[in-house]
Design a binder for this molecule. Structure first.
Ligand code: SF4
Length: 482
């Protein structure tokens, strides 16, 4: 039997991935362009404090999709600059404004659609027309912390499907050592998510950081950013409603209106939907003037390939129920204090996450869908596990850590490590092919095993290539068990 020394995985990722060989030349305080791209991609920024060089506030409704081909670094971002209408366009990241000309972007038609030049530092925009944003003083944590959080400066394309160089040493590990490795990697992931909550809490407070995490998770893959933006507007959504318990319906109307997802036409085919829409517009039109400048454009949302149950309209309907419940965010510390056996974890979290039955949304996935024959809960078990593992537990751990409460940290870790497995996904399938080459995860499979595997991919595969070039993971494994 073999186990790794405690914290072995954490040391591998922090000592290994930020080693000088992986940094671009230059002082440690200067990021590489790769790192700057990752900062933008994950929005590790004080988002309320962003201003262009000429002083206009910048609101990022969607940072865009990271482009690993030729052309601008991020495609189809949605940003609002000053009081103007939100613009959809590309974002180019450089270290300094002068790179715009040095790299020939000004002469390259592929860059015609760039709406924002994001740089590390500088004083003047490369052209009068192109808004420029500097990040040097806008990070949400010191650069070295963010670099460590990201696992280094370099992050490359997802790996190919061939068997990885670590498959053999991983296959040689005994069951206990394998489980211990995944446990350590999963705890590293918990800690990294918690650090993100702590960074946001420093700016906006603990409750706000929780709401933003929840909304982003409800946005699932492509709609995390517009959902997060709506959470940032939470106090405005609740304004004037705080004096009385806000009705979920009013909040649904406000959130959907603010999201730009409230249709302005009746269906004339579905009486229940039309009744709902009329009532929602009755709420929304009275309020919209006060928030007109903050309404999200349709371009901020992605609907392609979306399952109806994950549609943002339905997710916002659920979030409105949460917001309408006084003290909803406080219930999670009480939940943590209760002893819950592993087999009951999902049921126990469901009692906090499920809403009261909603007369309209329990039978409609969206505002255009036909009614379902039977009522459907607003949240299924799969999404509950995602919310618990990615938001609630990291947030609780982060709070416990900020209060130096080791006992509560351990309590969170125990819950995290025993949480039932989440739904499979494409990254996990790829990881099993490459890293495990047929070896199964320890039984019974827990969400933490999956989280650990995902963290190894994030820390090592994403910093290497399909041939595992320069990946230290196989060597670290061999030396740890030698
Ligand atoms: S890049 Fe590293 S961690 Fe990923 S499959 Fe290759 S050897 Fe394994």
């Amino acid at each position: 039997m073999h186990s790794f020394v405690p914290d072995a995985y954490w040391r591998w990722r922090t000592e290994g991935l930020t080693r000088p060989a992986l940094r671009d030349a230059g002082p440690a305080a200067t990021p590489s362009e790769h790192l700057l791209q990752q900062v933008w991609r994950h929005q590790r920024l004080r988002r309320e404090a962003l201003r262009t060089l000429d002083g206009h506030p910048v609101t990022v409704l969607h940072p865009g999709f990271w482009n690993r081909e030729a052309g601008p670094d991020f495609r189809a971002a949605v940003v609002q600059i000053g009081g103007q209408t939100a613009t959809s366009g590309d974002v180019e990241i450089d270290l300094r404004p002068v790179a715009w000309h040095q790299h020939g972007h000004d002469r390259n038609p592929a860059y015609r659609n760039v709406c924002l030049h994001v740089v590390w530092q500088g004083n003047t925009s490369p052209t009068a027309e192109l808004p420029t944003l500097t990040l040097e003083n806008a990070l949400d944590a010191p650069l070295d912390q963010i670099r460590e959080w990201l696992g280094g400066d370099h992050c490359t394309a997802p790996p190919a499907t061939q068997r990885g160089a670590c498959a053999a040493p991983l296959g040689d590990l005994g069951e206990d050592a394998f489980a211990d490795l995944l446990r350590q990697a999963a705890l590293a992931r918990l800690r990294l998510k918690a650090e993100r909550f702590a960074a946001r809490a420093r700016e906006a407070g603990w409750e706000q950081s929780l709401w933003e995490g929840l909304f982003a998770a409800l946005g699932y893959k492509h709609n995390a950013w517009p959902m997060r933006r709506l959470a940032e507007l939470r106090t405005r959504v609740l304004a004037e409603l705080e004096a009385r318990p806000a009705r979920a319906f009013e909040l649904q109307a406000r959130l959907l209106g603010l999201a730009g997802l409230l249709p302005d036409q009746l269906t004339h085919r579905r009486p229940a939907t039309d009744t709902w829409l009329r009532a929602a517009w009755d709420v929304w039109w009275r309020w919209r003037e006060t928030v007109a400048a903050s309404v999200l454009p349709r371009t901020a949302w992605r609907f392609h390939g979306l399952r109806p149950a994950n549609h943002p309209q339905r997710r916002l309907a659920l979030a409105a129920h949460w917001l309408a419940t006084p003290g909803w965010a406080d219930r999670w510390e009480t939940w943590l204090a209760r002893d819950v056996p592993a087999r009951d974890l999902l049921v126990s979290v469901a009692s906090g996450l499920q809403s009261d039955p909603d007369p309209f949304w329990s039978r409609h996935y969206t505002l255009t869908s036909t009614p379902t024959p039977r009522p459907q809960p607003l949240l299924g078990p799969t999404r509950m596990t995602d919310l618990a593992v990615n938001v609630l537990l990291p947030w609780l751990w982060s709070r416990a850590r900020s209060g130096d409460n080791a006992r509560w940290q351990e309590r969170v870790e125990l819950r995290y490590l025993t949480w039932p497995a989440a739904e499979d996904n494409v990254v996990l399938r790829l990881a099993r092919q490459r890293l495990l080459a047929g070896r199964t995860l320890p039984r019974p499979i827990r969400a933490a095993h999956q989280q650990g595997l995902l963290q190894i991919v994030r820390d090592f595969c994403e910093h290497s290539n399909s041939l595992c070039a320069e990946c230290r993971f196989p060597g670290l494994l061999r030396s740890a068990v030698a």
